[in-house]
Design a protein around this ligand. Structure first.
Ligand SMILES: Nc1nc2c(ncn2[C@@H]2O[C@H](COP(=O)(O)OP(=O)(O)OP(=O)(O)O)[C@@H](O)[C@H]2O)c(=O)[nH]1
Ligand SMILES: [Mg+2]
Length: 176
């Protein structure tokens, strides 16, 4: 709960947070948003490699008590860099979602570096940890400077708990 001091009288308002989810092609960004908000909207296209791929964005909402979280999922294909820049404007925090069954590649390292450089608070979700062969230890070592969380985009409770803990550390954008 936040009080906006510039209002003549103090009014209790809902806290709002814009969270943007970044990650490589197929990391599970759309799945995560769909799991957190079954009413989520997606702009996607058929994809020969997997069933569909995001070509604009995903959008969902999650409520934690008085905190309302607006989730924006970005497209993972490299050619959509311009879309990631637009979607990221004004974000309060970010999630770097990594497919923990894959190796670290330049694309993920570049996203990590630009998030660090941006100064925006962010955490890592290591995804697909319900599958065998994940390399969670390697990712923890590689990205030791940030909070690395083990999740599955298909596990709603775990995803909610992890997101909620992150939101508690952020400042909302209601009052300016
Ligand atoms: N087993 C398992 N599969 C997952 C998980 N998360 C996502 N997937 C699968 O991974 C595939 C890709 O998921 P998407 O959500 O489309 O990935 P994305 O990051 O949105 O992909 P782009 O929009 O193309 O960048 C789908 O077949 C999902 O069902 C997970 O936690 N566990
Ligand atoms: Mg997607």
């Amino acid at each position: 709960m936040v009080m906006c001091a510039e209002w003549k009288s103090y009014v209790m308002v809902e806290e709002k947070y814009k969270i943007v989810i970044f990650g490589a092609f197929g990391a599970g960004k759309s799945t995560l948003i769909q799991t957190l908000d079954p009413q989520a909207k997606h702009i996607e296209a058929d994809c020969p490699v997997k069933y569909s791929t995001t070509i604009a964005l995903d959008y969902g909402r999650v409520q934690f008590g008085e905190r309302r979280v607006y989730l924006y999922g970005t497209p993972g294909q490299e050619r959509f860099e311009f879309a990631r820049k637009i979607i990221g404007k004004g974000m309060d925090g970010a999630i770097l979602l990594i497919d923990a069954t894959m190796d670290v590649d330049d694309f993920v390292v570049n996203m990590y570096t630009s998030l660090v450089d941006s100064g925006i608070p962010f955490i890592i979700f290591l995804n697909k940890t319900d599958l065998d062969g994940t390399k969670t230890g390697m990712f923890r070592e590689r990205f030791a400077a940030v909070d690395v969380n083990i999740v599955s985009a298909k596990d709603r409770n775990l995803a909610r708990e992890t997101l909620s803990a992150f939101i508690e550390k952020l400042r909302p954008h209601n009052c300016g």
